[in-house]
Design a protein around this ligand. Structure first.
Ligand code: IVH
Length: 710
């Protein structure tokens, strides 16, 4: 084939296209971009890089500008970002679907067991189940009166997607149950076997359909099909290993419950074993590890669960993980490749993050072309405490590096091959100024990260803040994603979150300016303004998360919102708080899950003048909804409780966790705000102070009776 013949229409410059070619190109681009939107949205397999997506969108707009008559009814320029999550209904889980904490070494397993026994005050050996951790996606199946009524994905743990029609296509999932509790939610993992995965990809290749990177992506893509007949053609399987809502208990032990699930007709994993203590658990882990390659499906570790369900209940949960279980992960997969360059990204808190751009390499079924380099010390071969890592070897551009992936985390670099270091490779010089705004970038004492000092003037920080603000756990404004806020920022229309809410006021009536832009039409502009207005009313935790304060993630935002209740209470307390001391500080430190670093970060942000002014401008645009108090009907919900003296039936940690799970607030010291003191033997000054203040005091048994645990 000659050079000219190998060129396709896609390579012809817009200015050189004839009418027929332009029509063809518009049709092709509409299809490619719609597919990219869908792929991006489902996240199962984004098929275009952001840069490629933008290039195609610009080409489409340029062709439309040259041939306005050819503009298609389904023109990609009329579509704002990704399609909304339509198609699947939402299911609110009655019992949250949590994830698991991880253990990466034998030592971590010993620590896990020690932590459990400490919490329970149990000196002896505990028994645990050990079972493979299936690498698929979790699913919750609700049966009422023996009939499958809903199947939902995990989603964010609180709300998942309704995939009932699809789940009905999975042979391992019973449609009906006999002799089951009236209400039972069975949870487990949907996965695809190695053989079925290979056959599916072979079929996909024959029909020129996309290839799945690994069985997990294939399973996810197959389950999350709007057309359930496609799911039927994809051989999915299901292992049951847990449960949610139940009208009657399944058994007294984890092992018993798994047997009961098997009796009900579910497939449970045959490698599930009972272990006595950590040595036994680790031995079983090794055993499963040796079988890993021949199992015929992907697993990424072993899950240990406290066998006694009574103890599981006492252990309860941290914010997103149970205290009674842990996932012991297998070591990550590794691959060698060349480091082509090092880029510096500036995050929303100003952190300068070095990113390795790699010659693409497949690691555990996924193509990796970037890896995090964490910070400048890491590049130099030093860990967070100044200790040597990788034997002190630094990382240079041109080096051969060993890349690994553990689970879904961003790929990392494990090692450098000095024997392959190119002659003349220079140590990497970390920038001392922000590559985005030129401000000085400094490292504070004790901080591993160098940060841009530009604050609100740094465009990178501002844009990242805005992207975070519109992200899923924050304001999640339909039609306003990362791409759109970036565009608005570049145009100078939106500089800070508050500006989003004055867009209509500033551009409203004549939607002209917005609608003439590439990517926007009459309808999409009007929809956007409506979507923005719909978010003026916002739950407190979403607002707190949306502010993008360092260390304040979604879970912490929820904790803070529940603790303070209203924006006014939150804002007043933090404005008054002193770092490290005082009533407001103590109150913050008393929240389970809030530590000094986090508290300091929140206080600093709310007391920094420019930041604060920007936050106030935002809040003035909003109607912030108060956080619901824990909807517990327990007699201690909403009460402030203090424990003092020694407890005999439970540890202090357990008492605190249990009280909090019943909606009580546990404080460390007695004050006028205390509602109840629980005093064990040896109680001293706190009991005295409570007596002086006339605060109700109970002993441990009185407390257990009050909360119904006696
Ligand atoms: S138990 C409350 N058991 O791992 C804990 N999870 O990293 C309920 N997973 O979201 C989970 N195999 O999707 C459990 N044998 C197993 C598992 C398992 C795979 C998944 C599950 C969960 C994730 C947590």
């Amino acid at each position: 084939m000659s050079d000219t013949q190998s060129h396709t229409v896609a390579d012809i410059a817009v200015a050189d296209l004839n009418l027929a070619q332009a029509r063809g190109e518009l049709a092709r681009l509409a299809q490619v971009l719609a597919r990219a939107n869908a792929a991006y949205h489902t996240q199962d397999a984004p098929d275009l890089s952001d840069a490629d997506y933008d290039t195609l969108k610009q080409r489409n707009a340029a062709i439309e500008a040259r041939f306005p008559a050819l503009k298609r009814p389904d023109s990609p320029s009329e579509q704002i970002g990704a399609a909304p999550a339509e198609g699947f209904g939402k299911v609110t889980h009655r019992v949250a679907m949590l994830s698991l904490g991880n253990a990466f070494s034998d030592e971590d397993v010993v620590d896990f067991d020690a932590g459990v026994r400490k919490f329970l005050g149990a000196p002896g050996t505990l028994s645990y189940t050990a079972e493979p951790k299936i690498d698929g996606l979790s699913l919750s199946l609700r049966y009422e009166n023996g009939a499958l009524v809903t199947a939902a994905t995990r989603g964010d743990g609180a709300v998942g997607e309704d995939v009932t029609a699809n789940a009905r296509m999975v042979a391992d999932i019973p449609q009906t149950l006999t002799d089951a509790p009236e209400i039972i939610e069975v949870r487990g993992e949907v996965y695809m076997s190695h053989a079925d995965f290979a056959a599916l990809n072979a079929r996909q290749a024959e029909t020129s359909d996309k290839q799945f990177a690994n069985p997990r992506n294939a399973a996810a893509g197959s389950l999350r099909q709007l057309d359930a007949t496609i799911t039927r053609a994809r051989p999915l399987r299901f292992f049951a290993y847990a449960w949610g809502d139940l009208s009657a208990p399944l058994a007294d032990t984890q092992m018993g419950a798994i047997r009961r699930l098997a009796d009900l007709g579910f497939v449970t994993n045959a490698l599930t074993t009972l272990c006595d203590g950590p040595d036994d658990m680790i031995a079983h882990y090794r055993q499963i590890e040796t079988q890993r390659a021949t199992l015929g499906y992907d697993i990424d570790g072993v899950v240990y669960k406290v066998n006694d369900l009574g103890l599981q209940r006492r252990l309860g949960f941290r914010s997103t993980t149970p205290r009674w279980a842990v996932a012991h992960k297998f070591p990550a997969e590794l691959a060698w490749t060349r480091l082509d360059s090092i880029d510096i990204q500036v995050g929303r808190t100003g952190a300068l993050s070095p990113v390795a751009r790699l010659k693409p390499v497949t690691v555990g079924g996924v193509v990796v072309s970037n890896a995090t380099l964490h910070n400048e010390d890491y590049i130099k071969g030093r860990g967070s405490k100044g200790e040597e890592i990788r034997g002190g070897k630094d990382i240079r551009v041109g080096d051969w590096v060993q890349v690994y992936r553990a689970g879904d985390v961003i790929p990392k670099i494990a090692d450098v091959d000095l024997s392959k270091r190119p002659a003349g490779a220079q140590p990497y010089v970390f920038p001392q100024v922000c590559p985005q705004c030129g401000s000085e970038a400094i490292r504070e004492e004790g901080d591993a990260v160098r940060r841009c000092t530009g604050g609100l003037i740094c465009p990178a920080q501002a844009v990242e803040k805005l992207k975070h603000f519109v992200s899923r756990g924050a304001f999640d404004i339909e039609g306003l994603g990362a791409k759109q806020v970036e565009q608005f920022y570049t145009d100078g229309w939106v500089r800070e979150p508050a500006d989003i809410f004055t867009l209509r006021e500033r551009f409203g009536n004549g939607l002209q300016q917005l609608k003439n832009r590439e990517g926007w039409g009459d309808k999409s502009a009007a929809n956007l303004f409506d979507a923005i207005d719909a978010r003026r009313e916002i739950p407190l935790h979403r607002l707190i998360f949306g502010l993008g304060i360092r260390h304040v993630g979604e879970q912490v935002s929820k904790l803070l919102a529940t603790h303070f209740g209203t924006w006014e209470a939150f804002e007043t307390a933090l404005t008054q708080a002193d770092i490290g001391a005082g009533a407001a500080w103590d109150d913050l430190m008393n929240i389970d899950g809030v530590g000094a670093v986090l508290a300091q970060s929140v206080i600093t942000t709310l007391q920094q003048a420019a930041e604060r002014a920007s936050i106030d401008r935002l809040v003035a645009q909003l109607d912030v909804q108060a956080a619901a108090r824990p909807t517990s009907d327990s007699p201690v919900a909403g009460k402030t409780v203090v424990f003092t003296g020694s407890l005999e039936k439970m540890t202090r940690a357990e008492a605190k966790a249990r009280a909090e799970s019943l909606g009580a607030k546990v404080a460390g010291s007695v004050s006028a705000k205390t509602d109840l003191l629980v005093a064990g033997p040896g109680a001293g000054s706190k009991a005295k102070k409570a007596a002086e203040l006339g605060i109700e005091t109970l002993d441990e048994d009185g407390w257990l009776t009050l909360i119904g645990d006696a």
